[in-house]
Design a protein. Structure first.
Length: 258
């Protein structure tokens, strides 16, 4: 594969990731308008309550007030599509910093687990398959924490002129994931004992989701706006020009490994 073809595929991957995040935001809002009502503590409430309803409520076949949820297929379909669109985002993560390819490859592998977990969450709503749904949620939280943490570490320590904003977004995702996991036990206890669900838990879920989408948006946009690829393909000074071009023709990743 020559370098021009590889760059086209690389750009297409981030276009897909950007599209995935965009469509999820749009259809999530649509699903909120279609939610019939009900929260865990107030089944008689009307409509979607940002302070009491979790995002997963949008995927229920039956709303918490017992009425069929008209927007569940919209939300679940959009969530599944987001999972598939996240795959190229993580696959091309090693290109975010040319001198941290090894660590970023580990982050990419972990990120793929997060993408698969998203697909499972959308395929198995928690009112129909609670064990599968919450198991997938656990794997997503763990994977997104480790992937974003490694990504942040790589960008902050890279010799490449990577954007500080991107590293800060990665740090924010990791911190919110930890906070949400920490408060998850408190929330579970509240649900079991029918106590008031902590407001911070509901808000943390939405903040984590928003931060993850911003992560996808910002990184994808940064990659799509990249015009100078010399930072991704630094030339080995020991190579003659013809040998360097030949190495790119044979395998675009070779210069990045050096």
């Amino acid at each position: 594969m020559n370098i021009e073809t590889w760059i086209k595929i690389w750009r297409a991957g981030f276009v897909i990731a950007f599209f995935g995040a965009t469509q999820f935001v749009i259809f999530c809002i649509v699903a909120m308008t279609q939610y019939q009502g009900g929260t865990m503590l107030n089944p008689e409430s009307v409509g979607y309550d940002l302070s009491e309803n979790y995002l997963s409520d949008l995927g229920r076949e039956m709303a918490l007030n017992g009425v069929p949820n008209k927007g569940n297929k919209i939300f679940n379909g959009s969530l599944i599509l987001l999972g598939f669109c996240s795959i190229p985002f993580f696959l091309f993560m090693p290109t975010h910093a040319y001198d941290k390819v090894g660590w970023l490859a580990i982050a990419a592998a972990i990120g793929l687990v997060a993408a698969i977990a998203i697909i499972f969450m959308g395929s198995y709503p928690y009112d129909l398959s609670p064990v599968t749904h919450f198991t997938a949620l656990f794997f997503w939280l763990a994977a997104i924490f480790f992937a974003s943490s490694i990504h942040a570490m790589c960008l902050l320590t890279s010799k490449d002129e990577t954007s500080m904003v991107l590293s800060l977004v990665s740090v924010a995702v990791a911190m919110l994931a930890v906070a949400y996991i920490y408060h998850g036990t408190e929330t579970a206890a509240a649900v079991i004992m029918r106590r008031e669900i902590p407001l911070k838990s509901v808000l943390l879920q939405k903040l984590l989701g928003l931060a993850t989408l911003i992560w996808m948006f910002s990184v994808s946009l940064k990659m799509l706006l990249t015009a100078d690829f010399s930072e991704f393909y630094p030339r080995d000074v020991t190579l003659e020009a013809e040998d360097y071009l030949q190495s790119l023709e044979e395998d675009p990743w070779v210069p990045m490994r050096k």
